[in-house]
Design a protein around this ligand. Structure first.
Ligand SMILES: NC(=O)c1ccc[n+]([C@@H]2O[C@H](COP(=O)([O-])OP(=O)(O)OC[C@H]3O[C@@H](n4cnc5c(N)ncnc54)[C@H](O)[C@@H]3O)[C@@H](O)[C@H]2O)c1
Ligand SMILES: [Zn+2]
Length: 306
């Protein structure tokens, strides 16, 4: 269930709360019923999952208990994993406090922590309710907003209604449309077997650029959308006018990163690949679709684009 409104802790009587240091401080979340994780990726460890589960036990959280995760995607992913394994699953409500968490990570039930330097190496699927309060975004650093805008850009390109709303009414009114779009897609394909893969648009090249340029995920996704749109045009999948519109929009709103050497090798390691072919989600004249392209051809295409 997704609810919109103002988050007030006392409306979640009897729950246990988990947050991170920044959010805890900014929003006065403290007390015996609050567990505070470190900020950012350092929250996403199996050690923290163990500590959380031990804290649930110490606080006598039963099978019918209810946990509320207040924070960005790192809090959500870690608490989600803990809630999926504690007593084989307890109820969780995400209260996402970053733009990334509101439009992306809190929806769809994926949870994960990192292991031995591998991001999201251990995880699960665990359904959760989401309580969206856009007031949290007022304290979010500009860089984190910009990060989320990369994912919002993806929804705008996938769905013209979302783009119209963004252009006419701005970000705040667009957030619920992104939330509902992702939720609809995930409900149709909860385990990421088919339709859900459209949400990976921009992510094949995006992930490679994220590693090579060491830039925030959102900026990398915007660049992934830029170069993948160029590829789709080159391959004759999408309209010239669609490509022109979005290439201009992206170039005007995000820094364009060069397609440096090494991109082709990294896209070959993408998890969407199958049988030595590389998975891309391209815009076509009938919406976004997944394509598998041979490594050799991808090498050539990327070489031509660079
Ligand atoms: N499960 C999924 O489907 C999914 C999808 C996308 C991303 N993710 C994961 O989400 C994580 C990224 O999430 P994120 O971008 O929210 O990062 P994050 O959770 O690290 O938050 C970013 C920073 O903003 C701070 N912060 C959070 N809310 C704030 C607020 N309201 N005001 C001021 N500061 C605030 C945090 O303390 C942190 O320092 C990654 O680990 C990624 O793998 C998961
Ligand atoms: Zn993403």
């Amino acid at each position: 269930m997704i609810t919109y409104g103002q988050f007030l802790k006392h409306n979640f009587q009897g729950c246990l709360f988990v947050t991170d240091q920044n959010v805890g401080k900014l929003y006065n979340l403290h007390g015996n019923d609050v567990f505070v994780l470190p900020n950012g990726e350092s929250a996403k460890t199996l050690e923290n999952v163990g500590m959380l589960c031990a804290w649930f036990l110490a606080n006598k959280l039963g099978k019918d208990g209810h946990v509320v995760a207040v924070g960005g995607g790192c809090v959500g992913d870690t608490v989600g994993f803990a809630c999926s394994v504690y007593k084989r699953g307890v109820k969780l409500t995400h209260v996402p406090t970053t733009l990334v968490a509101q439009v992306d990570s809190s929806i769809g039930g994926k949870t994960a922590v990192n292991l031995d330097g591998v991001k999201n190496a251990v995880g699960s699927f665990h359904r959760a309710d989401v309580f969206v309060d856009t007031n949290f975004l007022r304290t979010l650093p500009q860089q984190e907003v910009q990060n989320g805008l990369g994912e919002v850009l993806k929804y705008r390109m996938l769905c013209s209604e979302i783009d119209d709303c963004f252009v006419q009414h701005g970000l705040e009114k667009t957030i619920p449309l992104c939330v509902e779009f992702k939720q609809r897609v995930c409900q149709k394909d909860p385990y990421d077997k088919s339709l859900r893969q459209i949400l990976n648009a921009g992510h094949t090249i995006g992930h490679a650029l994220e590693i090579l340029h060491n830039v925030p995920h959102g900026l990398a996704v915007a660049n992934g959308l830029y170069y993948e749109t160029k590829l789709a045009l080159q391959l004759g999948h999408c309209w010239q006018s669609f490509a022109e519109k979005w290439l201009e929009q992206i170039a005007n709103n995000f820094a364009i990163l060069p397609l440096v050497e090494g991109v082709a090798n990294l896209v070959e390691q993408d998890k969407k690949n199958k049988l030595h072919k590389i998975g891309f989600v391209f815009p076509t004249q009938k919406g976004y679709k997944k394509f598998l392209i041979s490594s050799q051809k991808v090498q050539q295409l990327l070489h031509d684009l660079a």
